[in-house]
Design a binder for this molecule. Structure first.
Ligand code: NAD
Length: 361
């Protein structure tokens, strides 16, 4: 007799997202509580970040890792990489709870997956943490350059986002020149700061915001940006909103307030609900650059590290994000579908095609 699942059960969530495997890691000695989710490995072994965050609940952590790992499947597919989608989250405050032992224990869980999952840094983790993981397993990228890795992928991620912003400007205004355009950057961490630098280098007006007030002041001063409080960003009349903090900032409430014509940033899973909010943006005439398309620079950098790092090739693939975004915007227009649905269509086609290749002789 089939086992009955509750609508909210873990297995029904895995079914809903289409996951292959989820591993729960618990180690009282180091205080490690982590979840590794492997979504799809049709294109290759799973690749994805490790996020350390003080989640309000275990259910929130599970939901985050399921969404992030599915996003990686699509990101690898659209970037043309031979990797599948995975992600991991460590539950805890990265400023207080992170230790060498905890990261190395986590590394051992990755080791036990025998290459099915390779990780890299994300919110709350850095190249030093990747170095600790590397002490236990080879299945980690983004390790420091002085030990043979490619280092922090954030500058490359920011470059890809910058290319995505330019592609949207071209579509909306006929020119991709940033001089005189205004951009709100929400979250000025590793990626956000690099994006602020690129935007200011092309003379864009930048509004910088973060929950860390001290950081806003530092970044504003360093790059000549305007510091704005995180609570007021949706009241600002700017050309572009670049979410570079956490996901789900685009929802019914914020779409109703948004004054900008373009949304393009690095945060993963920016739309709270892909269908509903993707369509709301179309109806409001706001151009949305699908997050997983334009923030692929970091994973391209990690992939390159796995394949034998070439800076030239990494930059080339990241600059291609401009054309990839233009193609998605064109498809969205010609088929009258949201930009996220256009991106999903291209990604799903590649996965389906390669699945056929692998299942045939
Ligand atoms: P980070 O931790 O260095 O920076 C995040 C910043 O956002 C921090 O300064 C934090 O204070 C701020 N923040 C957090 N919550 C906020 C909120 N509610 N409002 C405003 N600011 C807030 O992380 P990062 O590496 O820069 O990544 C940023 C985003 O980009 C994440 O969603 C990440 O998943 C995504 N991303 C990063 C990379 C990469 O290469 N680092 C690659 C792809 C996607």
């Amino acid at each position: 007799m089939p086992v009955q699942t509750q609508p909210e059960s873990i297995f029904s969530q895995l079914d809903a997202f289409g996951h292959k495997k989820v591993v729960f890691c618990s180690d009282p000695d180091t205080g490690l509580k982590a979840i590794i989710a492997i979504h799809d490995t049709t294109l290759g072994p799973a690749l994805g970040g490790t996020r350390m965050w003080a989640y309000k609940s275990e259910a929130d952590a599970l939901n985050d890792v399921l969404r992030l790992s599915k996003g990686m499947t699509y990101k690898c597919a659209i970037a043309g990489l031979n990797m599948g989608g995975g992600y991991s989250v460590i539950i805890g405050d990265s400023r207080k709870d992170k230790t060498e032992a905890l990261m190395r224990k986590f590394g051992r869980y990755i080791k036990n997956l025998n290459g099915e999952f390779t990780t890299a840094e994300d919110v709350g983790t850095n190249p030093r943490d990747m170095e600790y993981i590397r002490m236990e397993t080879q299945h980690v990228t983004g390790v420091p350059e002085n030990i043979g890795g490619s280092g922090d992928p954030s500058p490359i991620t920011a470059l890809g986002v910058f290319m995505g912003i330019k592609a949207c400007l071209k579509e909306q205004f006929g020119s991709d020149n940033l001089a005189g355009r205004s951009v709100i950057v929400q979250g000025i961490g590793h990626v956000g700061e690099n994006l602020v630098r690129l935007l200011r280098d092309e003379n864009a007006k930048v509004y910088a915001s973060d929950i860390n007030e001290e950081r806003i002041g530092q970044i504003a001063k360093k790059y000549g940006a305007q510091a704005v409080s995180n609570n007021t960003i949706f009241d600002i009349d700017a050309d572009i909103y670049a979410p570079c903090a956490l996901g789900a900032t685009i929802n019914t409430q914020t779409i109703n307030k948004l004054k900008c014509g373009i949304i393009a940033g690095s945060a993963n899973n920016q739309l709270l609900d892909e269908e509903q909010h993707g369509q709301m943006l179309v109806d409001k005439g706001i151009l949305f650059a699908p997050d997983y398309v334009i923030n692929a620079g970091g994973i391209i950098n990690c992939y390159s590290e796995l394949m034998g790092f070439s800076k030239k090739r990494t930059l080339q693939l990241t600059e291609n994000i401009y054309e990839a975004t233009r193609n998605i915007l064109k498809l969205s227009k010609s088929e009258n579908i949201s930009t996220i649905n256009a991106a999903n269509k291209i990604a799903e086609k590649r996965i389906a095609d390669i699945r056929k290749v692998k299942s045939s002789y």
